[in-house]
Design a protein around this ligand. Structure first.
Ligand code: UDP
Length: 485
């Protein structure tokens, strides 16, 4: 039989935000290593962030390509070049960006009519993807960038509405129906949940939910051993098909791949390695709050002061949305000299996976973005949990209460990325960092984290839980393809 005619062709449409694009591109590469023909659709500027990696895969024989379509900046009322959610700086811009994603329906449909793929994997924000896939008679798999625990928790919130039965923002309630006793408060949920008032986001969120519920199934960057009860809950209680194929970051085996995820690093791969190579195993804390967070000078000052007092070695990724002059205001007097040799500050973008995977890294202060959580788990490091927004407060519960590899810094309130948050004070940061790195409890957490790291790696090896899940998904798609031919 003609190999090409039999070959599966899967389309990937990642939402243009680092936390969605990075894992979906890794996932697309995994599919192609299983012999699938893969097309990734994105905009020209976003394509530059991963085209080198894709080119390299092609040179090694992968059947993977990128198709681009312009981002409709002008129609959306966004400045030229604002093609990624990380480039939006106000909630108005974010709203315009999300609405602009609806304008991709026609160009993507046109591509798909030309290419006749067998499946469309699309980010949640492209709710119309489910309709386009239905029109073309192929399955749409939903990818929303997070894990199964938060997906199950949101489902229970929707069904039982426990957050509407408490008196205050801070009163805790148990989320009914979940496999574990998970307590939440309204202050840790986004505004959308808190008062259930109609906001401009409400119809959009309803549309996402409709599309998720009517998709063929979900594909998640997670692995069975990380959250087995939630895999089961999602299948049996939420009642949807799901394939767990992660941690997808583990498909990056060499240092070049690890350091080229998302965008070019502000500090070269070699400089990071040279610095880390001088340190003892498990002696460095890595501090990074993902791709979207913006911290005030006040907050940066608290972190700097705590790090200085901690005596710990660290790599700290600092990103601020201000002028250079303002940027330096947060630095305590003589900070850089005092921590010279002990601390490395990366202003901008860090090669996160390269750093986490280095044997010198022994802890991670994270905002609990799902990718960061999984990358920390895969590297076998315990974490200080500092959730900010999105579903990150649920991810904190998984790390601290279920897996017992997290120390909370004590954040009490959900915030927009551009909000002026009440800073977490230096005492709390110092307490959490010390608990993470020093003493009996720290050693126990390190042991648990190392074991989990091993199971993450096994999951993606041949015959591991994630590899099996991907193989069974491909089998199902192939069966669907041959029955529709
Ligand atoms: N990341 C990185 N370098 C940085 C900041 C982030 O490589 O300096 C990557 C990180 O490895 C992860 C992604 O960006 O893959 C961030 O995703 P996550 O879900 O953790 O957080 P988000 O940015 O979506 O809040």
């Amino acid at each position: 039989m003609d190999k090409r005619a039999d070959q599966l062709h899967v389309y990937f449409l990642p939402m243009m935000a680092p936390g969605h694009m990075i894992p979906l591109v890794d996932m697309a590469r995994q599919f192609s290593r299983h012999g699938v023909k893969v097309t990734i659709v994105t905009t020209p500027l976003n394509a530059t962030k991963f085209s080198k990696t894709i080119q390299k895969d092609r040179e090694f024989g992968s059947d993977i390509c990128i198709r681009t379509t312009e981002f409709p900046c002008k129609e959306a009322g966004l400045p030229e070049g604002c093609e990624n959610l990380a480039s939006t700086t106000t909630s108005e811009m974010t709203m315009k960006f999300i609405k602009a994603l609806y304008l991709f329906e026609q160009p993507v449909e046109k591509f798909m009519e030309e290419d006749h793929p067998d499946c469309l994997v699309a980010g949640t924000f492209f709710a119309w993807a489910v309709d386009v896939a239905a029109k073309l008679g192929i399955p749409r798999l939903a990818f929303n960038g997070t894990g199964l625990l938060p997906m199950c928790a949101y489902n229970c919130l929707m069904e039982h509405k426990p957050h509407l039965k408490v008196e205050s923002e801070t009163e805790e309630f148990v989320i009914p129906g979940l496999p574990d006793t998970i307590k939440m408060s309204r202050s840790k949920l986004s505004q959308h949940w808190v008062d259930e008032k109609e906001t401009p986001m409400t119809p959009i969120i309803k549309d996402f939910m409709r599309a998720e519920a009517t998709s063929y199934g979900a594909i998640v960057n997670s692995f069975y051993e990380l959250e087995p009860n939630y895999v089961q809950h999602f299948r049996e209680v939420v009642g949807r098909k799901v394939w767990h194929v992660g941690p997808v970051s583990l498909c990056n085996k060499d240092n070049e791949d690890k350091s080229q995820r998302g965008q070019d690093s502000s500090l070269s791969e070699q400089k990071c390695l040279d610095w880390l190579n001088t340190k003892e195993p498990k002696s460095v804390i890595y501090i990074c709050f993902g791709s979207m967070s913006i911290f005030s000078s006040d907050q940066l000052l608290e972190i700097a002061t705590a790090l200085e007092a901690s005596d710990q070695q660290f790599i700290w990724v600092v990103r601020q949305n201000t002028t250079n002059e303002e940027q330096e205001k947060w630095m305590p007097e003589g900070f850089e000299e005092k921590v010279n040799g002990r601390g490395l500050i990366i202003k901008g973008w860090a090669p996160q996976v390269l750093i986490l995977d280095h044997e010198a890294t022994g802890g991670f202060v994270t905002h609990c973005g799902w990718n960061s959580l999984l990358e920390g788990v895969s590297a076998g490091v315990p974490m200080v949990t500092w959730p900010l927004s999105a579903e990150q407060f649920f991810n904190e519960k998984l790390l601290v209460e279920i897996l017992k590899i997290g120390v909370p810094v004590g954040v009490q309130a959900w915030s927009q990325r551009t909000d002026s948050r009440v800073p977490i004070n230096r005492e709390n940061i110092l307490r959490a960092v010390t608990k993470l790195m020093v003493g009996q409890e720290a050693e126990e957490m390190q042991g648990r984290a190392a074991a989990l790291g091993k199971s993450a790696k096994m999951a993606v090896e041949k015959g591991g839980s994630s590899d099996n899940s991907l193989v069974s998904l491909l089998e199902e798609l192939r069966n669907g393809k041959s029955s529709s031919n």
